[in-house]
Write a protein that binds this ligand. Structure first.
Ligand code: UDX
Length: 480
């Protein structure tokens, strides 16, 4: 029997799924949890109280699904704490949450009837505090990487990078460190030090995020199973195998959002901002492939001066654009648009504080994406066949941007923003890069090829579909 032909599980499998409480992590874990639910799992999605409160629609959307429920715990930070704008403090608080989550699950198990015993804990790679919970409950520890395989490997090997002197990365006067990192036990292309997590830059070892990442790097070796939100045809099976620590299986299971999109189902999962749906009606009125979509994700900040140049560059490009201006993007404040800008661009611009991004990227009017190169946005864009103009800001975004341009050949970028994330990009640069992107037929062709490959990967018989089946079968074996 082929693995994908195995019947739905007869045993009741129960996955406890724990994301890092940030938009770019909650989204893929919700999608993956729902894939498991569709294939016979009972799901307990464990969120922090802060994160659950911000997920405006999801609880309602899932309430009709009898085998999917949410539990939440306090992260211990005061209510007024910004969480994602002080990531170091958030990660330090979460590192202590293992016992809280364990107590929550034990109490729940004692009080709930009809809930099957826990089969496994699927934990975000940045929530390794819950690995000990799985060990104490005697169930498999499944680590889910919400970033690409190459960035995950770079993170797993952080301790090696430290011992070999590659990190902390010294980036001075906007100069790129000249030596490529090679010879490490990776099957991924050589990396520039500036491709590594931005948190490794010119930090010292006492820095809280740096320390937290080194700890996570150590902890991820404790996994019994490793899953990553990518697909083999994009990154190569060898790169994914390199994620296997201590011989544990490592499988690519993404793009995890794509099956829902292909089924034409509502894909609005876990949004932490209210989505402006009317941008879709506006897109309906635009010409095929003519619109530039602009978004910098959930964490990136821009100075007011930089926002002015972006606005004027978009205006100068002559293309219609849909721009996500998050309410806190201007370094925590509401952005102010240049005088007269809205009036001048009224017939070809739509500004939203948050969009249903999957639906936007799927829309035939969208022909390019000016993005911060967050992994979800990159993978979403590739899977919808939309070429990218990358402008990375933090974390793994530098690696994603370089890979999209140089390895997958589906994107462009701005010179040197990978070395100096504070460099101001001029309006002229924005204008000409947008034109280059929107007119580039080669990129469009490549994006289309990758879209086809992503769809194939998640369809029955495809690499990711087969990997999920193998994972389920292994969990069934372990549950016997
Ligand atoms: C950050 C990192 O950059 C990313 O690489 C890491 O994996 C997670 O943390 P973030 O800034 O949240 O991510 O960006 P991204 O990974 O792109 O995730 C943003 C998510 O929000 C995407 O799923 C996107 O579809 C969604 N989104 C974004 C919307 O639904 N509407 C919007 O208007 C903007």
């Amino acid at each position: 029997m082929m693995r994908e032909d195995i019947p739905s599980p007869v045993l009741s499998l129960h996955a406890v799924v724990v994301p890092l409480p940030a938009q770019g992590h909650v989204n893929p874990l919700l999608h993956f949890a729902d894939l498991l639910r569709e294939r016979g799992f009972f799901i307990t999605f464990v969120n922090t109280e802060w994160s659950e409160k911000r997920m405006l629609q999801s609880s309602k959307q899932f309430s009709h699904r009898s085998s999917f429920r949410f539990l939440s715990f306090s992260d211990g930070l005061p209510p007024e704490h910004g969480r994602t704008d002080q990531l170091g403090e958030l990660m330090a608080a979460l590192a202590k949450c293992g016992p809280v989550v364990e107590e929550l699950l034990r109490r729940d198990h004692g009080s709930c009837s009809g809930v099957p015993p826990v089969t496994c804990i699927v934990t975000d790679s940045a929530m390794s505090c819950t690995l000990s919970v799985a060990a104490n409950l005697g169930v498999p520890r499944v680590v889910f990487w919400s970033i690409c395989a190459a960035a995950s490997i770079a993170q797993i090997y952080a301790n090696v990078l430290l011992s070999q002197g590659h990190i902390p990365v010294q980036v001075s006067e906007a100069k790129r460190p000249e030596k490529l990192i090679s010879g490490l036990p990776w099957n991924i292309p050589d990396l520039w030090p500036t491709d590594l997590m931005s948190f490794y830059r010119e930090q010292n070892e006492s820095d809280v995020i740096f320390k937290a990442l080194l700890y996570e790097s150590h902890q991820s070796n404790e996994a019994d199973y490793t899953l990553v939100n990518t697909f083999e045809e994009l990154e190569g099976r060898d790169a994914i195998s390199a994620l296997s620590t201590n011989g544990c299986p490592a499988l690519a299971v993404g793009p995890v959002f794509l099956p829902k999109v292909l089924q034409g189902e509502e894909s609005k999962l876990g949004s932490m901002w209210g989505e402006n749906e009317s941008c879709l009606e506006w897109l309906d009125k635009q010409r095929t492939g003519s619109v530039l979509y602009v978004s910098f994700g959930s964490l990136a900040l821009k100075s007011q001066q930089q926002l002015d140049d972006i606005a004027l560059g978009l205006e100068g490009s002559g293309h219609p654009f849909l721009w996500v201006l998050r309410s806190d993007i201007a370094q925590g404040h509401t952005a102010v648009l240049p005088e007269g800008f809205q009036k001048r661009t009224t017939d070809r611009a739509f500004i939203a504080s948050w969009t249903p991004q999957l639906k936007v990227l799927e829309h035939e009017s969208v022909g390019g994406f000016l993005t911060h190169s967050g992994w979800n946005s990159t993978l979403e864009s590739i899977s919808m066949g939309v070429p990218l103009l990358g402008w990375p800001c933090l974390a793994d975004q530098f690696l994603n941007c370089r890979f999209a341009k140089e390895i997958w050949k589906v994107g462009l970028d701005f010179k040197d923003v990978d070395v100096d994330e504070n460099r101001l990009v001029t309006r002229e640069e924005v204008e000409s890069a947008v034109r280059d992107l929107m007119q580039n037929e080669l990129l469009r062709k490549r994006a289309f090829e990758l879209k086809e490959a992503a769809i194939k990967a998640v369809m029955p018989g495809g690499s990711s579909f087969t990997n999920i089946t193998a994972f389920i079968q292994d969990m069934l074996e372990k549950a016997k």
